[in-house]
Design a protein around this ligand. Structure first.
Ligand code: 13P
Length: 257
């Protein structure tokens, strides 16, 4: 049985003080929902403040990216050893890092490996752009991104990886994939690919999230799909009420509440 997950990617929002205030409120509202993995993913500068504040709360912390090298002359970058002990998860391959920071499929693979080597759990994000979707290339794009991301990843390592399917055209646009569309890629392409690579047991335990304009009013329909285990949420994760609703809905739709 896969534990549902609600992960809030705050992107470039909230100062360290705002982040701390937010998680202190969140501890009150979602602290008791142990049936759901709850993850907040703030900007790097907020991590040192909120990480100790959340210790023991059951709410986990993630980083939004990580460099592919251990250390070196990489101005502006943050390495996996720096994040070790401070976060549990790290998003790798988010479409915004692919688009604005030049993150390629090969770099996604390197970042995944260095994260695992440092005890961080990668949330590997994949998804097609609008023109690729319209050209009927969704399956091919997702397959290539995922296969490259997982190159030389062992079965033991795969147990610590979360996958997020985020169609780029749905991110921040208010245009959510329909539950059937999301299920057809997550259940029809992504999980079968993991079955092929790692077998039924590991694929059956792999958490696969949907991301792209997920909100309290569309969350239940998405979460009712057999292969959608949760959400990677941008905009709606910035409000305590919405974050709390998403966690509650995740528990309810998976019959855990
Ligand atoms: P939105 O929920 O704002 O569409 O963002 C999704 C996302 O990119 C999460 O990583």
């Amino acid at each position: 049985m896969r534990k549902p997950m609600i992960a809030g990617n705050w992107k470039m929002h909230k100062t360290p003080a705002e982040a701390l205030e937010f998680v202190n409120e969140l501890k009150e509202t979602i602290g008791r929902f142990e049936q759901v993995s709850r993850v907040v993913i703030p900007p790097y500068v907020a991590l040192a403040g909120i990480s100790p504040a959340l210790r023991g709360s059951g709410i986990k912390v993630g980083a939004q990216d990580v460099h592919h090298a251990e250390s070196g002359a990489y101005t502006g970058s943050v390495s996996a050893p720096m994040l070790k002990g401070m976060v549990d998860y790290v998003i790798i391959g988010h479409s915004e890092t692919r688009e604005y920071l030049g993150v390629t499929d090969e770099l996604v693979n390197k970042k995944t490996k260095i994260s695992l080597a440092n005890g961080l759990k990668p949330i590997v994000a994949i998804g097609e752009k609008l023109d690729q979707n319209e050209a009927g290339r969704t399956e091919e794009v997702c397959r290539t991104q995922l296969e490259t991301a997982l190159q030389n990843i062992t079965p033991e390592q795969m147990e610590n990886i979360v996958i997020a399917y985020e169609p780029v055209w749905a991110i921040g646009t208010g245009k959510t994939a329909t539950p059937e569309q999301a299920q057809s890629i997550i259940g029809g392409v992504i999980r079968p690919l993991i079955i092929n690579l790692y077998g039924h047991d590991i694929a059956g335990d792999t958490i696969i999230l949907y991301g792209g304009s997920m909100k309290p009013d569309n969350c239940a329909a998405l979460m009712r799909q057999a292969d959608i285990d949760g959400g990677l949420i941008g905009g709606a994760s910035l409000k305590v009420d919405d974050f709390t609703s998403l966690v509650r809905i995740a528990a309810e739709t998976k019959h855990l509440a």
